[in-house]
Each structure stands twice: as C-alpha cells, then as structure tokens.
Design a protein around this ligand. Structure first.
Ligand SMILES: O=C(O)CCC(=O)C(=O)O
Ligand SMILES: [Fe+2]
Length: 258
C-alpha cells in the first residue's frame, strides 16, 4: 500500500504546517488530541484482520496497582488514596510479534509521521532500544479494563483499531495533580476514583489517532462490556535515544524480557 493511502491525508494533511500548528494548539490547551478517521478505511480493515490473526499470541496480564503506579507508601494508611488498589487486565502483542510487513511498522517508521508527532508534541522522539516496547497491540476483552492511573511518560500516542460496542470508554480529568511541583492532588484523585468528581470521556472511533498527556491527567479505560474487544495500538517513543523499558515493566506487560 502506498503511504498516501495509509492515512486520510485529505482530512489530516500532516505535512501542512498550518494543520500541524492547529493540532499542537489543541494538544497544548486540552492535553488531548483526537484525530478521528486518521487511518483510511482500507488500513483499518487490514489492521483489524491482522490483530485477530495474532491475537492467540497475546500475553494477558492482571495487576493490582495504585493510581500513582508506585509501591505502596507505609507512611499513609492502607485505605488512603495514595495506596488505594485498582485493577488492570488486558492482553498485549509486543513489538517483535507485530508482523514484519505490518502497516503499523510502516506508519511508525514513516519520516513524515515522525516529523508531525515531533512538531505537535514539541519534543524529540526515538523508538525504544529493546525489541518489545515500541509498537504494542493491546486487547481489552469482555470485563477487562485499565484502572485509574497517571502515566510516567509525558505523552502517549495511540491508534484505535477496534472500538468496543459497549464499555471500554477512555475517561480522564486533566490537571488533577502537578507532579513537577510535587503536588499529588490526593483529594481530587480520590474524588474522581470514588465517583464524587465527574471525569470526561474521550470519544475515539475505529481509525482514530490519539495524543494524550497523562502525567498529571488521571485516566482509565472502563471495563469492556461487549464481546467485541477494544483493540488499541500504542505507538511508543522516548524523548532520548537508547532507552529500554525496565525489565520489571516488560515482565509485567509482555511476560518476558527478550
Ligand atoms: O488504552 C488506552 O486508550 C490508553 C492506555 C493508557 O492509558 C496507558 O497505556 O497508559
Ligand atoms: Fe495511561
């Protein structure tokens, strides 16, 4: 397939500096950018079929974690929101099991796409130095979810391959904490998680490209309640070259280190 037909370039002219600036302004002001129908319908169909083909190879993990993705802190009570346990469970195909000829690899490597991301994010981007972490295909099946959390990375780049029929919503609230200022936002974090402060929902249909700043925005993927899984690809980058995902994180999400 030609690069020009991989992405809906008419709707999303990623080589146009005016368009790029508009995207950057949206991301900067709201912390999220959803480009609906970024992938062409032909690409979506190919990627949906590919995701079904490799699905038997997926590693499914189940974890308890707190919203801060840190070990529990004994200086706080167990019931404190700092230590409050949430559940995440999903399946994952690591980078080395993404087929060699996958359009995901073509898009990930495409210089014009990299340039667009770099400009919109305002940061340099480099692939992971390990063989597992750069492109990941994630499966959230019936009942599965990603519990409330803050990301360690300053940005995430994702592609919605298949939206579920019901559930699996991406819920978030921006600026709940300010990590850089050492402000952990315990009161609002608890209010969102316990349901007294209403989060927002980021709608994303099949083929959407999503850029999200999750370091200070509390977010989750609600449990999927349909037989149709939520299939979401994360396109992972670092702001420096040569970075690997830690062995602990690789074991957790991929079930192996190499
Ligand atoms: O599945 C998604 O849409 C986002 C996943 C996420 O928040 C993460 O991987 O940290
Ligand atoms: Fe996240």
């Amino acid at each position: 397939m030609k690069l020009e037909t991989l992405v809906n370039l008419k709707q999303h002219p990623i080589q146009d500096s005016g368009y790029t600036q508009k995207c950057k302004a949206l991301l900067d002001s709201t912390g999220a950018l959803v480009l609906e129908n970024f992938l062409s319908s032909e690409t979506i169909e190919i990627l949906q079929n590919e995701a079904q083909e490799v699905r038997p190879l997926a590693f499914f993990c189940h974890q308890n974690h707190n919203a801060y993705l840190l070990d529990s802190d004994a200086t706080f009570p167990v019931e404190h929101i700092r230590n409050y346990e949430l559940v995440s469970d999903k399946g994952c195909i690591p980078h080395d099991q993404v087929p060699d000829d996958s359009l995901l690899r073509v898009l990930y490597e495409w210089p014009n796409f990299r340039k667009f991301l770099k400009q919109v994010l305002g940061e340099s981007i480099f692939p992971y130095a390990d063989a597992l972490s750069s492109i990941n295909i994630n499966y959230y099946e019936q009942g599965q979810q990603l519990g409330w959390h803050y990301d360690n990375a300053s940005f995430a780049v994702t592609l919605m391959i298949e939206a579920p029929e019901e559930g699996g919503e991406f819920e978030y609230l921006e600026k709940v904490r300010n990590k850089e200022a050492g402000e952990q936002g315990y009161a609002d974090t608890e209010a969102v998680i316990k349901g007294s402060l209403q989060p927002k929902t980021l709608a994303m249909g099949d083929g959407a490209l999503v850029l999200f700043r999750g370091r200070n925005s509390l977010h989750r993927v609600a449990p999927v309640i349909s037989d149709r899984a939520r299939i979401l690809v994360t396109l992972n980058f670092n702001t420096e070259p040569g970075v690997m995902l830690s062995e602990l994180v690789r074991m957790t999400f991929f079930g192996r280190i190499v």
